[in-house]
Ligand binder design. Structure first.
Ligand code: CA
Ligand code: CA
Ligand code: CA
Length: 366
């Protein structure tokens, strides 16, 4: 007994001392993590063009009966589909699941709304698990968060009490995705000339379509040529995946009469290896003597009638003929007719057109 008594006394004193010491120490509190909703994996790295899966998971929930979340991401991804995870039905009750994807929610972001509810007056579920499985496709290089909308209209957890049900507090953790993009690659994807016949000294609009199909934003030069002669060079900046149409006014004053091949070239950027798509060739454009819009080497009644047939027309009208808009102002009126009339009867001294005239050829389709 004495021995036992001593033991008890020492234990009591040690406990008392320890208690006193603990009271004097700063307390380390491990907070209850509460209910957390997040993505698994929380950070993904994928290659462009890849389809991949991210799970929507929940941790430490009690009495969950209904959930809904809205997610946003930068439009480098497309959501292909979503499927219900096993968590809400893990205790044997059945649930209703639905989702809607808005891959072009706006010009910069995609969106997914998804949710599920237990059916009928059944107990909620407890614990941790997967609410949904989401399948994305990486369509462009870059980085994005997958962000939980915090608006309780669109994102919530609710328990199994009768409707309108009690909300369950929770926290969210956004995910991230890195899409390893392509190397730098720009392209000219189209070129069009508003006329195929331009009177020498007058102008025509040339539209060049450029596309950035690489993995980073680029600034580069495009040059438009008539045969080997430069018409104009422009610097343009394109974001990843974007397209731009650049319109260039070609004044033909210094270009000889005859047929010219119109083409555009995008100067390759540093590190670009795919350069075959950096040029694009349109058909030919004929530069003719003034007034000879039905080109045969002379200005005659056919040229006058060609303009007169679309007198009063503007761009888009059924009878619009861009070639007849000699002064390139978007309408065909007396100004264009007067240009032809002033040169009526003239014959080209250009050997090519003299040849057409002599042979009575009409190589441009008039
Ligand atoms: Ca290219
Ligand atoms: Ca003619
Ligand atoms: Ca005009």
């Amino acid at each position: 007994m004495p021995i036992r008594y001593v033991k008890v006394s020492i234990t009591f004193v040690l406990a008392l001392l320890l208690s006193t010491q603990l009271n004097n120490l700063p307390m380390t509190v491990t907070a209850d993590p509460g209910t957390t909703v997040q993505l698994a994996p929380s950070a993904s790295t994928v290659d462009i063009g890849t389809t991949f899966v991210i799970n929507l998971t929940i941790t430490s929930v009690t009495n969950l009966a209904v959930w809904e979340f809205r997610l946003f991401w930068n439009a480098i991804l497309n959501c292909a589909s979503a499927a219900e995870g096993p968590f809400l039905e893990k205790d044997g009750s059945s649930a209703f699941f639905t989702f809607a994807t808005y891959n072009t929610y706006n010009s910069t972001h995609g969106c997914l709304l998804l949710g599920a509810s237990l059916m009928g007056p059944v107990p909620g579920v407890d614990g941790s698990g997967t609410l949904a499985t989401i399948t994305f496709k990486a369509i462009r290089g870059g980085d994005t968060q997958i962000h939980f909308d915090s608006d309780p209209t669109w994102s919530f957890l609710k328990d199994s009490t009768p409707p309108p049900r009690n909300p369950i507090p929770y926290t969210t953790v956004d995910g991230t995705v890195h899409v390893a993009g392509l190397g730098p690659d720009i392209a000219i994807t189209g070129i069009s000339v508003a006329k195929n016949i331009v009177c020498q000294g007058f102008s025509v609009n040339i539209s060049v379509t450029s596309f950035n199909e690489g993995g980073s934003a680029e600034t580069f030069n495009i040059t438009v040529y008539a045969d080997a002669d430069i018409i104009a060079t422009r610097a343009i900046t394109l974001n990843i995946g974007s397209t731009e149409i650049t319109t260039i006014l070609w004044s033909t004053a210094s270009f000889p009469m005859g047929s010219h091949v119109i083409w555009a070239y995008a100067q390759p950027i540093a590190g670009e290896t795919q350069v075959a798509d950096n040029n694009f060739t349109d058909g030919s454009v004929a530069v003719t003597m003034i007034g000879d819009i039905a080109p045969n080497g002379r200005v005659d009644i056919v040229d006058v009638v060609t303009v007169a047939l679309c007198f009063g027309a503007s761009i888009g009208d059924a009878v619009w003929n861009a070639n007849a808009d000699i002064n390139n102002d978007g309408i065909i009126n007396i100004i264009d007719i007067v240009v032809v009339a002033l040169h009526f009867g003239e014959t080209s001294l250009n050997p090519l057109f003299l040849l057409f005239h002599a042979l009575d050829l009409n190589p441009f389709g008039f």
